[in-house]
Design a protein around this ligand. Structure first.
Ligand SMILES: [Zn+2]
Ligand SMILES: [Zn+2]
Length: 338
């Protein structure tokens, strides 16, 4: 099969012929329809804790049709079924796996990290991590299930209640997914803070009640626009300094949910959070239930994120699109069409 292969740090992905995947007894092979490019993919081609192995295939936001069914699960799946999957293959038997948290399985394989991912014609998935995509959901929308699940998971971690006010720092795909779910759960103000003008326009298009420009007066601006203070702050950038900025803005007894991936050491002044009795609850990835909820809401047309898709590229054009995403752009979600 053809795949976009990560060769080494500092080199663009390369389209190569690689062996087709073969499923173990409880695995499926999916013919990829679309695979979204994620900030995490960009992260893993840079030096750091998340750096990918040479000759690996990235991509964890994929959907497609089943091409092959493992010997032990023939009665559960059929070739041609429309599916997506959590980008993990767990052992399927431990507490984490059976409760839908394969990310926490001690033996987990990470699709697009340490096993081949979706920037390829075919990708392997685990039977317990694979979910059907309803007929009413387009394959392009199905490629957004993973980023929408990231947003849903963060909003569930925040225990958001109807009527609360929300500040979202960062208007990339994660921030916009968080914004959609905050609206869904009835937040009265959902304000997105972001530098890039096109991203702010997209945030408004996707229903954010207002937008703000980052800076020292962000907290006051939030008050001017919303008439109140944020009950929850979502940090969806992952840059040093933003946890302290969130603490400084947060009113007493409010919640901060860091979702952005910051790999550098970062300093906070704990007493600033202590005197306000702030809660800080980090959020990563998603559970199987998060995926199921996203799929159900897409299937019932109760959430629409399709405006997040700003570009669709072929596999051949994907390496250059991938490089272009390293510098700030007007793009939001770029899908690779296989
Ligand atoms: Zn992702
Ligand atoms: Zn397990």
């Amino acid at each position: 099969m053809k795949a976009a292969v990560f060769k080494n740090l500092g080199q663009p992905l390369q389209i190569e012929k690689v062996p087709d995947p073969t499923p173990e007894a409880t695995e499926l092979v999916v013919q990829v329809a679309y695979c979204g490019i994620c900030g995490t993919d960009l992260h893993s081609t840079r030096e750091g804790a998340f750096a990918a192995e040479c000759d690996s295939i990235l991509g964890h936001e994929f959907c497609g049709h089943i091409a092959e069914v493992g010997a032990g699960i023939k009665n559960q799946w059929q070739v041609g079924d429309r599916v997506t999957a959590l980008p993990f293959i767990g052992c399927g038997r431990c507490v984490s796996c059976v409760t839908g948290r394969p990310f926490e399985c001690a033996q987990v394989k990470l699709t697009g990290m340490n096993i081949p991912g979706g920037f390829a014609e075919f990708v392997k998935t685990g039977s317990s991590e694979t979910l059907r995509v309803p007929d009413g959901v387009s394959m392009q929308s199905a490629a957004l299930i993973e980023p929408l699940a990231v947003g849903l998971h963060a909003v569930r971690i925040a225990q958001l209640k109807a009527g609360e006010r929300v500040l979202i720092i960062g208007g990339g795909p994660v921030g916009l997914a968080v914004s959609l779910w905050c609206q869904f759960f009835g937040a009265q103000d959902v304000l997105v803070s972001e530098f890039a003008e096109q991203r702010l326009a997209l945030a408004r298009q996707l229903g954010a009640t207002g937008t703000l420009t980052p800076g020292a007066t962000l907290g006051e601006e939030f008050g001017d626009v919303s008439g109140g203070e944020p009950d929850v702050i979502f940090e969806c950038v992952g840059a040093p300094g933003l946890l302290q900025a969130s603490i400084d803005i947060a009113p007493r007894r409010s919640r901060i949910v860091p979702v952005g991936v910051c790999e550098e050491p970062d300093t906070i002044v704990p007493v600033a959070a202590l005197v306000k009795e702030l809660q800080m609850h980090f959020a990563i990835a998603y559970t199987r239930d998060d995926f199921e909820t996203v799929i159900a809401m897409l299937g019932q047309q109760r959430i629409d994120a399709s405006a997040m898709i700003t570009d669709v590229v072929t596999l051949e054009d994907m390496p250059s699109a991938f490089e272009a995403l390293r510098s700030p752009s007007s793009q939001c979600k770029v899908l690779t069409e296989l």
